[in-house]
Design a protein around this ligand. Structure first.
Ligand SMILES: Cc1ncc(COP(=O)(O)O)c(C=O)c1O
Length: 343
């Protein structure tokens, strides 16, 4: 199978598996797992923040941040296709007691400008209006096709948000993909953010885990909420060991996934009935419109599956994601199969 459904499907590398087998462990609920502590210290260092916390999933990292930055009854503001709003099961309402206000990014990039954000902020309004408690950004933006937010854009939003007293959380599930595409450092891309969540288990290829980074006080409070949500794990250095390898080694190879995604988009663009903006494919996600083929995305995905290729269809679109278990040859095979399916 060529699995292009997501970069979450990657399997741990041999280096990850041997690091897991050799990991020194302790009880992380007591803060005594040396491998977890090493991962957290390294993550904080890479992001230029005071502290970090290993969490089981990106969703938990995001939701702890939403909880800690807000008060019940407030709103959080996010671009309308954002993961925190669409794919985290309404947890902002369930756990933090906040409402989500969405804004559409006019240029389709998924990255809201300060003008778009500020027109939807609720600050200093009458007491019966729920105030904005947090702005959430996402880099890369998954459902905007892995689009990237440059460092200056993020810095501008953070500076202006802070000037009006609102914190900023970055859902950086794929922030290393953004850094690779923009040829910069993740610390630059998240400089002004009050907190950042990044995933070890997506493009970086670890089997499990995400890391939340921020100030020492924020992470101290995050540790309490992680436990409260059932995410206090014990000898979890076994998993952190794979995460450490992912953090140190995987960013160096992400450009291969991006080249494969671009090649895929170029090939798809040549197939009649497919519409894809090749120039917008800058990381590892390709989202394309299939309405011109006369078939539904469900039909296409089902036939692709019979040919050994997995992709996700939604509405008139299909998403394909490249990752370390997808080779250049797999991309060529996918294109051949696709031509057959829509012919
Ligand atoms: C942008 C983004 N944020 C957060 C998450 C959540 O990560 P997890 O599946 O580890 O909860 C995902 C998962 O696909 C994602 O794409």
């Amino acid at each position: 199978m060529i699995d292009l459904r997501s970069d979450t499907v990657t399997r741990p590398t041999a280096a990850m598996r041997s690091a897991m087998a050799a990991a020194e462990v302790g009880d992380d609920v007591y803060g005594e797992d040396p491998t977890v502590n090493r991962l957290q210290e390294r993550a904080a260092e890479i992001f230029g923040k005071e502290a970090a916390l290993f969490v089981p999933t990106g969703s938990m990292g995001n939701q702890i941040a939403v909880k800690l930055h807000t008060q019940p009854g407030q709103e959080i503001l996010i671009e309308e296709r954002g993961h925190i709003f669409n794919y985290e099961l309404g947890t902002p309402a369930v756990v933090a007691g906040v409402m989500v206000r969405t804004v559409c990014s006019a240029d389709g990039s998924g990255h809201l400008t300060w003008d778009e954000i500020s027109s939807a902020l609720k600050i200093g309004q009458p007491y019966y209006s729920s105030p904005t408690g947090l702005i959430c950004l996402e880099n890369t933006h998954n459902f905007a096709g892995g689009s990237v937010m440059p460092a200056e854009h993020c810095a501008d939003v953070c500076e202006k948000a802070h000037a009006v007293g609102i914190p900023v959380h970055m859902d950086g599930a794929r922030i290393f993909n953004a850094a690779t595409a923009l040829e910069t450092l993740v610390a630059e891309l998240t400089k002004g953010c009050d907190s950042v969540q990044f995933c070890l288990s997506k493009g970086l290829g670890a089997p499990v885990g995400s890391v939340l980074v921020g100030s020492a006080d924020f992470i101290k409070a995050a540790r309490i909420w992680r436990k409260r949500l059932g995410g206090g794990m014990r000898q979890v250095g076994i998993l952190a060991a794979a995460g450490f390898v992912a953090l140190e080694e995987s960013p160096n190879r992400l450009h291969e996934d991006h080249a494969n995604a671009r090649r895929l988009a170029e090939g798809l663009a040549e197939i009649p009935g497919i519409s894809v903006d090749v120039e917008r494919v800058v990381t590892n996600i390709v989202i394309f419109d299939i309405s011109g083929t006369g078939k539904t995305s469900a039909e296409i995905c089902a036939t692709l599956k019979e040919k050994g290729i997995l992709a996700i269809g939604f509405g008139n679109a299909i998403r394909m994601v490249t990752h370390c278990d997808v080779s250049g040859e797999d991309i060529e095979r996918t294109l051949v199969a696709f031509r057959d399916v829509v012919a």
